[in-house]
Write a protein that binds this ligand. Structure first.
Ligand code: AHR
Length: 514
């Protein structure tokens, strides 16, 4: 039994924000050092930015990159990362049991972001620090000049303000692992007063208040409600963080992760509406999914963390450099589908992270950089998803999952833009069978321009990964996709390979007068 999908190009969920395709660079492991930044690498420029990595970042297509953390930020002094490099202090980074040399900081990241053509999303420390330091770093970055802080920036080489617009009010403050962890009330008060002062310094900022670090947190729901009761009038976005993994070989549940993300987003949206309604606030608060990905957290918690601490204090230790499989790529593709389906509430999202640490791009110090399997769904969706995300109905075969009950065998998302280009993203969750899809698109005569599918290559299994020497997991064209027309629009048929993620690029057929 196959799947029938219905869409109408005039029935949109909402416009696809470019910020949906964000990423994240944290000072942890080898994300920055020997990732983005490696002076002396054969491809590095005179600033130490790896050219091979910059090339892959441009190909990946992130729109915004969150920095400098993550857990790291909750004990970070931003001043350590500015000024002459030889004067910068070496510090302990308690979050990742590492030594932070501060050879890379604010100016370096701003320059890197310009080279990568991405917007900066800057997080302030609300763990060990507070209102004053948040206001200081904002003034340093965005005030034109004439004050001690803005003149210090100018003296450090940035004559014009950085003009960062997006600011995170701390990171995962609900988590007991967070340096300076707080209760919802403590954080809500601090975030509100920080937001108030930041808006006085620069009324143009967009502020993201920290929501739950997982839907499994015991405080999920209570946390959002309490924090928003303090901050709703002062913030623009509420964050949520969502990581998924395969538990004990339960691949069916893993492949249904996008449904769990849909639920997390919709529940969070309901709380936002409720708090805004009760407060009588006529405004919108978007959801910033500012950390999402697949991550084998069990390995981190049970093995890697102990090895890290056992290894002593070191600079940029190798941590959470997950090798991503075909299965992981398929799940990442479907999570991007979830983000597209929720553009009425999700204003931005950041895949965590960009390089080496749970990342689509990997590097070796002094050696190559390569694309992990998860690189491809991200780069394709970032390139193809334009215009509006379309409302779809999906009917047909389902699969049983241990964690999420019955789910559609195919996860689907689609976009259509004002120039008549469309894109369809399809995940086949069946690990054993190909699935026939019949997609009716009303209101447009469409042709298939190009197809890509990420599936298990012949002779391999679903655990296949890419490496420094070979990239066997990559998209290939999907044969046999057809598009036919009738008075209502277009009927597309495709046969999706088992355990696969597929992207179709569509273009409106030009009908010439006879
Ligand atoms: O992305 C890795 C870590 O995951 C981040 O530092 C933290 O915010 C989250 O728990």
């Amino acid at each position: 039994m196959g799947i029938q999908i219905e869409a109408d190009v005039s029935e949109a969920i909402g416009p696809v924000p470019r910020r949906l395709f964000g990423s994240f660079a944290e000072h942890m492991g080898r994300s920055v050092y020997t990732g983005l930044f490696e002076p002396g690498h054969p491809t590095a420029d005179d600033r130490g930015f790896r050219g091979d990595v910059l090339g892959l970042v441009r190909e990946l297509g992130p729109s915004v990159v969150r920095y400098p953390g993550g857990n790291f930020v909750s004990a970070y002094r931003w001043e350590d990362g500015v000024g002459p490099v030889e004067d910068r202090p070496v510090r302990l980074d308690p979050a990742w049991h590492s030594v932070e040399p501060n050879r890379f900081g604010l100016h370096e990241f701003a320059a890197w972001a310009e080279a990568a053509d991405v917007e900066v999303m800057y997080a302030v420390n609300l763990g060990t620090r507070g209102i004053q330091e948040a206001a200081d770093v904002l003034e340093y970055c965005n005030h034109p000049g004439g004050t001690e802080l803005s003149e210090r920036r100018r003296a450090n080489g940035a004559d014009r303000p950085f003009g960062f617009r997006l600011w995170c009010l701390g990171n995962e403050m609900d988590g007991p692992w967070q340096v300076g962890h707080k209760t919802a009330d403590e954080y809500g008060r601090l975030a509100a007063e920080t937001a108030r002062l930041m808006r006085m310094i620069d009324p143009g900022v967009e502020l993201v208040v920290a929501g739950s670090s997982s839907s499994d947190m015991p405080t999920f729901g209570y946390w959002e409600r309490t924090v928003l009761e303090h901050t709703a009038a002062l913030v623009d976005h509420l964050s949520l963080h969502a990581y998924y993994q395969e538990h004990d070989g339960d691949v069916a549940s893993y492949l249904a992760s996008a449904g769990a993300l849909d639920g997390f987003i919709r529940t969070t949206a309901g709380i936002i509406d409720d708090v805004l309604g009760k407060a009588g606030l006529d405004k919108k608060i978007g959801i910033s999914v500012d950390e999402w990905n697949v991550w084998d957290q069990r390995r981190w918690n049970e093995v890697e963390q102990h090895d890290l601490i056992g290894g002593g204090w070191r600079e940029h230790p190798r941590i959470i450099e997950d090798d991503y499989t075909v299965t992981d790529a398929v799940v990442v593709g479907s999570l991007l589908g979830s983000l597209l389906r929720n553009v009425d509430r999700v204003t931005m999202a950041n895949q965590a992270q960009l390089v080496n640490v749970i990342a689509p791009i990997r590097t070796e110090p002094g050696g190559p950089a390569w694309r992990q399997s998860t690189f491809y769904p991200f780069s394709l969706v970032s390139a193809l998803a334009k215009g509006n995300s379309l409302r779809l109905t999906v009917e047909g075969a389902t699969v049983h999952t241990g964690l999420h009950g019955r789910v559609d065998v195919v996860d689907a998302a689609a976009t259509f833009d004002e120039d008549g280009h469309g894109a369809v993203f399809l995940t086949n969750r069946s690990t054993v069978s190909a699935t026939e899809v019949r997609l009716r698109v009303r209101g447009a005569r469409l042709a298939i321009e190009e197809t890509w599918t990420v599936a298990v290559p012949d002779g391999h299994d679903r655990h296949l990964t890419n490496s420094a020497t070979a990239e066997p997991v990559r998209p290939v064209p999907l044969p046999g996709v057809t598009a036919g027309h009738d008075p209502e629009g277009t009927i597309i048929t495709a046969t999706l390979p088992p355990l696969s993620w597929t992207a179709l690029r569509l273009a409106t057929v030009v009908v010439r007068d006879a």
